[in-house]
Design a protein around this ligand. Structure first.
Ligand SMILES: Nc1nc2c(c(=O)[nH]1)N[C@H]1C(S)=C(S)[C@@H](COP(=O)(O)OP(=O)(O)OC[C@H]3O[C@@H](n4cnc5c(N)ncnc54)[C@H](O)[C@@H]3O)O[C@H]1N2
Ligand code: MOO
Ligand SMILES: [Mg+2]
Length: 428
Protein backbone atom coordinates (compact mmCIF):
# COMPACT_ATOMS: atom_id res chain seq x y z
CA UNK A 1 0.00 0.00 0.00
CA UNK A 2 1.14 3.52 -0.77
CA UNK A 3 2.72 5.39 2.19
CA UNK A 4 1.04 8.69 3.09
CA UNK A 5 3.96 10.93 2.13
CA UNK A 6 4.23 9.22 -1.29
CA UNK A 7 0.49 9.71 -1.84
CA UNK A 8 0.81 13.38 -0.87
CA UNK A 9 3.74 13.89 -3.27
CA UNK A 10 1.93 12.11 -6.12
CA UNK A 11 -1.20 14.20 -5.63
CA UNK A 12 0.70 17.50 -5.43
CA UNK A 13 2.68 16.58 -8.55
CA UNK A 14 -0.54 16.04 -10.47
CA UNK A 15 -2.14 19.32 -9.37
CA UNK A 16 -1.57 22.20 -11.77
CA UNK A 17 -2.35 25.61 -10.24
CA UNK A 18 -5.16 27.49 -11.98
CA UNK A 19 -3.79 29.65 -14.77
CA UNK A 20 -3.92 33.17 -13.32
CA UNK A 21 -4.36 34.80 -16.74
CA UNK A 22 -7.52 32.86 -17.60
CA UNK A 23 -8.78 32.28 -14.08
CA UNK A 24 -8.57 35.71 -12.54
CA UNK A 25 -11.27 37.96 -11.20
CA UNK A 26 -11.21 41.49 -9.89
CA UNK A 27 -12.07 42.24 -6.27
CA UNK A 28 -12.05 45.41 -4.22
CA UNK A 29 -9.99 46.18 -1.14
CA UNK A 30 -12.92 45.37 1.12
CA UNK A 31 -13.47 41.93 -0.37
CA UNK A 32 -9.88 40.89 -1.01
CA UNK A 33 -9.06 39.35 2.38
CA UNK A 34 -7.66 35.80 2.07
CA UNK A 35 -7.81 35.91 -1.75
CA UNK A 36 -4.73 34.95 -3.72
CA UNK A 37 -3.07 37.55 -5.87
CA UNK A 38 -3.11 36.49 -9.53
CA UNK A 39 -0.88 39.17 -11.09
CA UNK A 40 2.12 41.18 -9.90
CA UNK A 41 1.35 44.56 -8.42
CA UNK A 42 3.64 47.38 -9.53
CA UNK A 43 3.13 50.88 -8.25
CA UNK A 44 3.97 54.08 -10.09
CA UNK A 45 4.45 55.80 -6.73
CA UNK A 46 7.65 55.91 -4.70
CA UNK A 47 7.39 55.13 -0.98
CA UNK A 48 7.73 57.49 0.82
CA UNK A 49 6.36 59.68 -1.96
CA UNK A 50 8.67 62.51 -0.87
CA UNK A 51 11.26 63.30 1.82
CA UNK A 52 9.30 63.89 5.01
CA UNK A 53 9.74 64.27 8.73
CA UNK A 54 9.49 61.30 11.11
CA UNK A 55 9.07 63.61 14.12
CA UNK A 56 7.36 66.74 15.35
CA UNK A 57 10.21 69.26 15.52
CA UNK A 58 12.25 71.49 13.28
CA UNK A 59 13.58 70.94 9.78
CA UNK A 60 17.08 72.34 9.66
CA UNK A 61 20.24 72.46 7.57
CA UNK A 62 22.74 70.01 9.07
CA UNK A 63 25.54 72.46 8.45
CA UNK A 64 23.84 74.90 10.85
CA UNK A 65 23.44 72.52 13.77
CA UNK A 66 26.43 70.25 13.54
CA UNK A 67 28.24 72.05 16.36
CA UNK A 68 25.28 72.41 18.73
CA UNK A 69 25.33 71.00 22.25
CA UNK A 70 23.57 71.54 25.54
CA UNK A 71 25.92 74.29 26.80
CA UNK A 72 26.18 76.03 23.45
CA UNK A 73 22.82 75.79 21.70
CA UNK A 74 22.48 76.96 18.11
CA UNK A 75 19.75 79.53 17.48
CA UNK A 76 17.82 79.47 14.21
CA UNK A 77 15.11 81.72 12.83
CA UNK A 78 11.79 79.97 12.15
CA UNK A 79 10.53 81.12 8.76
CA UNK A 80 8.08 78.39 7.79
CA UNK A 81 5.62 75.88 9.21
CA UNK A 82 4.91 72.58 7.44
CA UNK A 83 2.04 70.37 8.54
CA UNK A 84 1.36 66.95 7.08
CA UNK A 85 -0.58 67.42 3.87
CA UNK A 86 0.82 70.87 3.09
CA UNK A 87 3.43 71.74 0.52
CA UNK A 88 6.34 73.85 1.88
CA UNK A 89 6.24 77.40 0.49
CA UNK A 90 9.82 78.58 0.77
CA UNK A 91 13.41 77.55 0.72
CA UNK A 92 15.22 77.44 4.06
CA UNK A 93 18.43 79.47 4.00
CA UNK A 94 21.48 79.21 6.34
CA UNK A 95 20.53 80.23 9.87
CA UNK A 96 16.86 79.41 9.28
CA UNK A 97 14.60 76.49 10.22
CA UNK A 98 11.06 75.33 9.54
CA UNK A 99 8.64 74.19 12.20
CA UNK A 100 7.61 70.74 10.97
CA UNK A 101 5.21 68.00 12.06
CA UNK A 102 5.36 64.24 11.55
CA UNK A 103 4.67 63.48 7.90
CA UNK A 104 5.37 67.06 6.75
CA UNK A 105 7.39 67.43 3.54
CA UNK A 106 10.99 68.55 4.09
CA UNK A 107 11.32 72.11 2.72
CA UNK A 108 14.07 72.60 0.20
CA UNK A 109 17.36 73.55 1.80
CA UNK A 110 16.74 71.30 4.83
CA UNK A 111 18.13 67.83 5.29
CA UNK A 112 17.77 67.02 8.99
CA UNK A 113 15.04 67.09 11.64
CA UNK A 114 15.63 67.99 15.26
CA UNK A 115 12.94 66.58 17.49
CA UNK A 116 10.96 69.06 19.50
CA UNK A 117 12.13 67.65 22.85
CA UNK A 118 15.70 68.71 22.04
CA UNK A 119 14.84 72.33 21.38
CA UNK A 120 13.56 75.39 23.12
CA UNK A 121 11.44 77.92 21.33
CA UNK A 122 11.40 81.65 21.97
CA UNK A 123 9.11 83.55 19.62
CA UNK A 124 10.41 83.13 16.08
CA UNK A 125 13.62 81.54 17.26
CA UNK A 126 14.44 77.98 18.14
CA UNK A 127 17.46 76.84 20.19
CA UNK A 128 18.86 73.44 19.36
CA UNK A 129 20.17 71.92 22.58
CA UNK A 130 21.28 68.48 21.64
CA UNK A 131 24.66 67.18 20.78
CA UNK A 132 24.73 67.44 16.99
CA UNK A 133 21.98 65.26 15.52
CA UNK A 134 23.09 62.86 12.85
CA UNK A 135 22.93 64.24 9.34
CA UNK A 136 19.52 63.38 7.82
CA UNK A 137 18.23 62.32 11.26
CA UNK A 138 14.45 61.72 11.38
CA UNK A 139 14.03 62.23 7.65
CA UNK A 140 12.13 59.51 5.80
CA UNK A 141 13.83 59.74 2.43
CA UNK A 142 11.61 59.65 -0.66
CA UNK A 143 11.74 56.21 -2.39
CA UNK A 144 13.82 54.72 0.43
CA UNK A 145 11.13 52.09 1.17
CA UNK A 146 10.14 51.30 -2.41
CA UNK A 147 11.01 52.57 -5.88
CA UNK A 148 8.21 53.14 -8.40
CA UNK A 149 8.07 50.60 -11.20
CA UNK A 150 9.63 47.70 -9.28
CA UNK A 151 7.53 44.72 -8.08
CA UNK A 152 5.51 45.63 -5.01
CA UNK A 153 3.63 42.34 -4.44
CA UNK A 154 4.17 39.07 -6.23
CA UNK A 155 1.42 36.76 -7.47
CA UNK A 156 0.65 33.66 -5.46
CA UNK A 157 0.47 35.32 -2.05
CA UNK A 158 -2.63 35.21 0.12
CA UNK A 159 -3.84 38.72 0.83
CA UNK A 160 -3.80 39.42 4.54
CA UNK A 161 -4.25 42.69 6.44
CA UNK A 162 -0.63 43.87 5.85
CA UNK A 163 -0.93 43.31 2.07
CA UNK A 164 -4.28 45.14 2.04
CA UNK A 165 -2.59 48.10 3.71
CA UNK A 166 0.13 48.04 1.03
CA UNK A 167 -2.44 47.84 -1.78
CA UNK A 168 -4.48 50.67 -0.31
CA UNK A 169 -1.39 52.86 0.08
CA UNK A 170 -0.48 52.12 -3.54
CA UNK A 171 -4.02 53.12 -4.56
CA UNK A 172 -4.72 49.67 -6.03
CA UNK A 173 -8.45 49.51 -5.55
CA UNK A 174 -9.16 46.83 -8.17
CA UNK A 175 -7.17 43.74 -7.39
CA UNK A 176 -6.74 40.76 -9.68
CA UNK A 177 -7.02 37.53 -7.72
CA UNK A 178 -7.46 33.89 -8.67
CA UNK A 179 -11.07 32.81 -8.87
CA UNK A 180 -11.99 30.37 -6.14
CA UNK A 181 -11.72 26.74 -7.25
CA UNK A 182 -15.15 25.14 -7.57
CA UNK A 183 -15.44 21.97 -5.54
CA UNK A 184 -18.43 19.67 -6.09
CA UNK A 185 -19.38 17.56 -3.08
CA UNK A 186 -21.53 14.46 -3.35
CA UNK A 187 -22.46 11.85 -0.80
CA UNK A 188 -23.08 8.29 -1.92
CA UNK A 189 -25.12 5.64 -0.14
CA UNK A 190 -28.63 4.17 -0.18
CA UNK A 191 -28.73 4.55 3.60
CA UNK A 192 -28.15 8.31 3.65
CA UNK A 193 -30.75 10.92 4.58
CA UNK A 194 -30.48 14.66 5.10
CA UNK A 195 -30.41 15.98 8.70
CA UNK A 196 -34.04 17.11 8.48
CA UNK A 197 -35.49 13.78 7.32
CA UNK A 198 -37.00 11.36 9.87
CA UNK A 199 -34.55 8.55 10.65
CA UNK A 200 -35.75 5.05 9.71
CA UNK A 201 -34.13 1.83 10.90
CA UNK A 202 -30.65 1.41 9.38
CA UNK A 203 -30.38 4.88 7.96
CA UNK A 204 -27.46 7.27 8.51
CA UNK A 205 -27.55 11.05 8.39
CA UNK A 206 -25.26 12.50 5.72
CA UNK A 207 -22.83 14.41 7.92
CA UNK A 208 -19.92 14.32 5.46
CA UNK A 209 -21.59 16.79 3.08
CA UNK A 210 -21.61 19.50 5.75
CA UNK A 211 -18.16 18.89 7.15
CA UNK A 212 -16.60 18.73 3.68
CA UNK A 213 -18.39 21.84 2.44
CA UNK A 214 -17.18 23.77 5.48
CA UNK A 215 -13.62 22.49 5.01
CA UNK A 216 -13.70 23.50 1.34
CA UNK A 217 -14.91 26.99 2.22
CA UNK A 218 -12.30 27.26 5.00
CA UNK A 219 -9.63 26.47 2.40
CA UNK A 220 -10.80 29.37 0.23
CA UNK A 221 -12.58 27.32 -2.42
CA UNK A 222 -16.27 27.33 -3.31
CA UNK A 223 -18.29 24.28 -2.30
CA UNK A 224 -21.07 23.12 -4.62
CA UNK A 225 -23.50 20.88 -2.73
CA UNK A 226 -24.65 18.20 -5.11
CA UNK A 227 -26.48 16.18 -2.45
CA UNK A 228 -27.00 12.49 -1.81
CA UNK A 229 -26.92 9.79 -4.50
CA UNK A 230 -27.94 6.18 -4.05
CA UNK A 231 -25.66 3.23 -4.74
CA UNK A 232 -27.12 2.81 -8.25
CA UNK A 233 -24.41 2.86 -10.91
CA UNK A 234 -26.45 4.68 -13.58
CA UNK A 235 -27.56 7.42 -11.17
CA UNK A 236 -24.11 7.80 -9.67
CA UNK A 237 -22.52 7.88 -13.14
CA UNK A 238 -24.81 10.71 -14.17
CA UNK A 239 -24.07 12.63 -10.96
CA UNK A 240 -20.31 12.23 -11.35
CA UNK A 241 -20.45 13.29 -15.04
CA UNK A 242 -22.37 16.41 -14.05
CA UNK A 243 -19.87 17.11 -11.28
CA UNK A 244 -16.87 16.89 -13.61
CA UNK A 245 -18.58 19.16 -16.11
CA UNK A 246 -19.18 21.77 -13.42
CA UNK A 247 -16.29 21.75 -11.00
CA UNK A 248 -12.48 21.85 -10.83
CA UNK A 249 -12.44 19.28 -8.07
CA UNK A 250 -14.95 16.61 -7.13
CA UNK A 251 -15.17 15.16 -3.63
CA UNK A 252 -17.39 12.15 -3.16
CA UNK A 253 -17.67 10.23 0.07
CA UNK A 254 -18.47 6.56 0.35
CA UNK A 255 -18.42 3.73 -2.13
CA UNK A 256 -14.65 3.37 -2.47
CA UNK A 257 -14.00 0.17 -0.56
CA UNK A 258 -14.44 -3.43 -1.72
CA UNK A 259 -18.16 -3.92 -0.97
CA UNK A 260 -20.65 -5.05 -3.62
CA UNK A 261 -22.21 -1.58 -3.69
CA UNK A 262 -18.96 0.41 -3.82
CA UNK A 263 -19.11 1.70 -7.40
CA UNK A 264 -17.03 4.89 -7.47
CA UNK A 265 -13.81 3.49 -8.90
CA UNK A 266 -15.60 1.49 -11.61
CA UNK A 267 -17.58 4.57 -12.70
CA UNK A 268 -14.46 6.75 -12.78
CA UNK A 269 -12.78 4.22 -15.08
CA UNK A 270 -15.86 4.08 -17.34
CA UNK A 271 -15.87 7.88 -17.56
CA UNK A 272 -12.25 7.91 -18.75
CA UNK A 273 -10.47 9.01 -15.58
CA UNK A 274 -6.91 8.00 -14.84
CA UNK A 275 -6.93 6.42 -11.41
CA UNK A 276 -3.64 7.16 -9.64
CA UNK A 277 -4.34 6.05 -6.09
CA UNK A 278 -6.67 3.33 -4.82
CA UNK A 279 -5.57 2.99 -1.21
CA UNK A 280 -3.12 4.64 1.17
CA UNK A 281 -1.44 3.07 4.20
CA UNK A 282 -3.18 5.36 6.68
CA UNK A 283 -5.77 4.78 9.38
CA UNK A 284 -8.38 6.09 9.14
CA UNK A 285 -8.69 6.77 5.43
CA UNK A 286 -7.25 3.69 3.76
CA UNK A 287 -9.58 3.39 0.74
CA UNK A 288 -8.80 6.78 -0.80
CA UNK A 289 -9.32 7.02 -4.55
CA UNK A 290 -7.52 9.79 -6.39
CA UNK A 291 -8.14 10.23 -10.11
CA UNK A 292 -7.74 12.90 -12.75
CA UNK A 293 -9.78 13.79 -15.81
CA UNK A 294 -7.92 15.55 -18.62
CA UNK A 295 -9.42 18.71 -20.13
CA UNK A 296 -12.08 17.49 -22.58
CA UNK A 297 -15.56 18.32 -23.81
CA UNK A 298 -16.97 16.22 -20.92
CA UNK A 299 -15.14 18.38 -18.37
CA UNK A 300 -15.90 21.64 -20.22
CA UNK A 301 -12.25 21.84 -21.29
CA UNK A 302 -10.66 22.08 -17.85
CA UNK A 303 -8.73 19.38 -16.00
CA UNK A 304 -10.60 17.90 -13.04
CA UNK A 305 -9.25 16.30 -9.88
CA UNK A 306 -11.35 13.60 -8.30
CA UNK A 307 -11.05 12.52 -4.65
CA UNK A 308 -13.16 9.50 -3.74
CA UNK A 309 -13.08 9.82 0.04
CA UNK A 310 -14.01 6.94 2.30
CA UNK A 311 -17.54 7.11 3.71
CA UNK A 312 -16.72 6.72 7.39
CA UNK A 313 -17.08 10.22 8.81
CA UNK A 314 -13.68 10.44 10.48
CA UNK A 315 -11.97 8.87 7.46
CA UNK A 316 -13.53 11.48 5.17
CA UNK A 317 -12.32 14.38 7.32
CA UNK A 318 -8.85 12.97 7.92
CA UNK A 319 -8.41 12.30 4.19
CA UNK A 320 -9.47 15.88 3.48
CA UNK A 321 -7.02 17.39 5.96
CA UNK A 322 -4.15 15.15 4.93
CA UNK A 323 -4.53 15.06 1.12
CA UNK A 324 -7.30 17.28 -0.25
CA UNK A 325 -6.45 20.50 1.54
CA UNK A 326 -2.84 20.72 0.24
CA UNK A 327 -4.11 19.96 -3.29
CA UNK A 328 -6.75 22.70 -3.07
CA UNK A 329 -4.17 25.17 -1.81
CA UNK A 330 -1.87 24.43 -4.74
CA UNK A 331 -4.72 24.54 -7.24
CA UNK A 332 -5.91 27.88 -5.88
CA UNK A 333 -2.73 29.64 -7.04
CA UNK A 334 -0.83 29.85 -3.74
CA UNK A 335 2.85 29.94 -4.67
CA UNK A 336 3.97 27.90 -1.64
CA UNK A 337 2.93 26.65 1.81
CA UNK A 338 0.46 24.13 0.45
CA UNK A 339 1.65 21.26 2.56
CA UNK A 340 0.07 19.91 5.71
CA UNK A 341 1.30 21.67 8.82
CA UNK A 342 3.05 19.30 11.22
CA UNK A 343 4.31 20.38 14.62
CA UNK A 344 6.23 18.51 17.32
CA UNK A 345 4.15 18.15 20.46
CA UNK A 346 4.52 16.46 23.83
CA UNK A 347 1.83 13.82 24.20
CA UNK A 348 -0.22 14.07 27.38
CA UNK A 349 -1.38 10.44 27.02
CA UNK A 350 -0.04 7.02 26.10
CA UNK A 351 -0.84 6.52 22.40
CA UNK A 352 -1.34 3.17 20.68
CA UNK A 353 -1.91 1.88 17.16
CA UNK A 354 -1.64 -1.45 15.35
CA UNK A 355 1.61 -0.23 13.78
CA UNK A 356 0.47 -1.45 10.35
CA UNK A 357 -0.68 1.81 8.79
CA UNK A 358 0.29 5.40 9.62
CA UNK A 359 -2.36 6.09 12.23
CA UNK A 360 -3.95 9.43 13.05
CA UNK A 361 -5.35 9.88 16.54
CA UNK A 362 -7.47 12.95 16.98
CA UNK A 363 -7.49 15.38 19.85
CA UNK A 364 -6.50 18.83 20.92
CA UNK A 365 -3.32 20.65 20.36
CA UNK A 366 -2.45 23.40 22.84
CA UNK A 367 0.40 25.84 22.65
CA UNK A 368 1.37 26.40 26.26
CA UNK A 369 4.31 28.60 27.27
CA UNK A 370 5.61 28.21 23.71
CA UNK A 371 5.46 24.36 23.68
CA UNK A 372 2.89 22.24 21.89
CA UNK A 373 0.95 19.68 23.92
CA UNK A 374 -1.29 16.99 22.45
CA UNK A 375 -4.37 15.81 24.37
CA UNK A 376 -5.97 12.67 22.99
CA UNK A 377 -9.76 12.85 22.55
CA UNK A 378 -11.58 10.61 25.05
CA UNK A 379 -13.64 7.72 23.77
CA UNK A 380 -13.42 5.48 20.75
CA UNK A 381 -10.99 6.23 17.93
CA UNK A 382 -13.08 4.24 15.48
CA UNK A 383 -13.40 5.89 12.07
CA UNK A 384 -17.18 5.59 12.44
CA UNK A 385 -17.23 7.65 15.65
CA UNK A 386 -17.58 11.30 14.84
CA UNK A 387 -18.87 12.30 18.25
CA UNK A 388 -15.47 12.75 19.93
CA UNK A 389 -14.16 14.52 16.83
CA UNK A 390 -15.73 17.75 18.10
CA UNK A 391 -13.05 20.26 19.16
CA UNK A 392 -10.35 18.42 17.22
CA UNK A 393 -7.54 20.68 16.08
CA UNK A 394 -4.73 18.15 15.87
CA UNK A 395 -4.09 14.63 14.59
CA UNK A 396 -1.22 12.80 16.29
CA UNK A 397 0.69 10.75 13.74
CA UNK A 398 1.71 7.23 14.81
CA UNK A 399 4.30 6.05 12.27
CA UNK A 400 4.19 2.58 10.73
CA UNK A 401 6.10 0.12 12.94
CA UNK A 402 5.81 2.25 16.07
CA UNK A 403 2.66 1.01 17.82
CA UNK A 404 3.22 2.77 21.16
CA UNK A 405 4.21 6.26 22.20
CA UNK A 406 4.40 6.89 25.93
CA UNK A 407 2.93 9.88 27.69
CA UNK A 408 5.52 12.69 27.78
CA UNK A 409 7.21 11.64 24.55
CA UNK A 410 7.34 13.92 21.53
CA UNK A 411 5.04 13.14 18.63
CA UNK A 412 4.35 14.72 15.27
CA UNK A 413 0.91 16.34 15.14
CA UNK A 414 -0.91 17.51 12.03
CA UNK A 415 -2.43 20.85 12.90
CA UNK A 416 -5.93 21.19 11.49
CA UNK A 417 -8.72 23.74 11.68
CA UNK A 418 -8.37 27.22 13.05
CA UNK A 419 -5.07 28.73 14.27
CA UNK A 420 -4.03 28.05 17.85
CA UNK A 421 -4.30 30.62 20.58
CA UNK A 422 -1.12 30.45 22.68
CA UNK A 423 -1.72 30.07 26.40
CA UNK A 424 0.41 30.31 29.52
CA UNK A 425 0.22 27.57 32.18
CA UNK A 426 -1.04 30.26 34.54
CA UNK A 427 -4.08 30.75 32.27
CA UNK A 428 -5.14 27.10 32.41
N1 LIG B 1 -13.73 -6.03 3.45
C1 LIG B 1 -13.34 -4.78 3.68
N2 LIG B 1 -14.22 -3.91 4.14
C2 LIG B 1 -13.86 -2.64 4.36
C3 LIG B 1 -12.54 -2.26 4.15
C4 LIG B 1 -11.63 -3.21 3.66
O1 LIG B 1 -10.43 -2.93 3.45
N3 LIG B 1 -12.07 -4.44 3.41
N4 LIG B 1 -12.17 -0.98 4.47
C5 LIG B 1 -12.92 -0.35 5.52
C6 LIG B 1 -12.52 1.02 5.63
S1 LIG B 1 -10.99 1.22 6.32
C7 LIG B 1 -13.32 2.04 5.34
S2 LIG B 1 -12.81 3.62 5.69
C8 LIG B 1 -14.63 1.87 4.75
C9 LIG B 1 -14.82 2.79 3.55
O2 LIG B 1 -15.98 2.49 2.96
P1 LIG B 1 -16.60 3.20 1.72
O3 LIG B 1 -15.82 4.37 1.33
O4 LIG B 1 -16.88 2.20 0.72
O5 LIG B 1 -17.92 3.81 2.32
P2 LIG B 1 -19.33 3.14 2.50
O6 LIG B 1 -19.17 1.68 2.50
O7 LIG B 1 -20.21 3.74 1.53
O8 LIG B 1 -19.67 3.67 3.94
C10 LIG B 1 -18.88 3.36 5.06
C11 LIG B 1 -19.58 3.87 6.33
O9 LIG B 1 -19.68 5.26 6.29
C12 LIG B 1 -21.03 5.71 6.37
N5 LIG B 1 -21.23 6.88 5.52
C13 LIG B 1 -21.10 6.87 4.18
N6 LIG B 1 -21.34 8.10 3.70
C14 LIG B 1 -21.61 8.89 4.74
C15 LIG B 1 -21.95 10.26 4.87
N7 LIG B 1 -22.06 11.05 3.79
N8 LIG B 1 -22.14 10.77 6.09
C16 LIG B 1 -22.03 9.96 7.18
N9 LIG B 1 -21.73 8.64 7.11
C17 LIG B 1 -21.53 8.10 5.92
C18 LIG B 1 -21.82 4.54 5.86
O10 LIG B 1 -23.14 4.55 6.29
C19 LIG B 1 -21.01 3.38 6.42
O11 LIG B 1 -21.35 3.16 7.77
O12 LIG B 1 -14.81 0.54 4.32
C20 LIG B 1 -14.42 -0.45 5.28
N10 LIG B 1 -14.77 -1.72 4.83
O1 MOO C 1 -9.44 3.52 6.70
MO1 MOO C 1 -10.89 3.25 7.42
O2 MOO C 1 -10.92 4.86 7.26
O3 MOO C 1 -9.76 2.79 8.72
O4 MOO C 1 -11.99 3.22 8.65
MG1 LIG D 1 -18.26 0.49 1.28
Amino acid sequence: MLPANRAEAMILDLVQPLDGKRNGEVVTLLTAIDRILAAPVVSQLDFPHWDNSAMDGYAVRYEDVKTSHAEQPVALEIVEEVRAGQAPQREIKPGQAARIFTGGIMPSGTDTVVMQEHTKREGDRVFVFTAPPEEKAFVRQGASFYQAGTPLLLPGIALQPPELAVLAAAQCTQIKVYRRPQVAILSTGDELITPDQPLQLGQIVDSNQYALAALVAQTGAEPLHLGIFPDKPHILRRAISQAIATADVVLSSGGVSVGDYDYVEQILAELGATIHIRAVAVKPGKPLTFATFPASAASKHKPVLYFGLPGNPVSALVSFWRFVQPALRKLSGLAHSWGPMFVQARSQHDLNSDGQRETYLWGQLHLIDGCYEFHLADGSHSSGNLINLAQTNGLAVMPIGQPAIAKGETIQVLQVGTPLIPLAHSQL
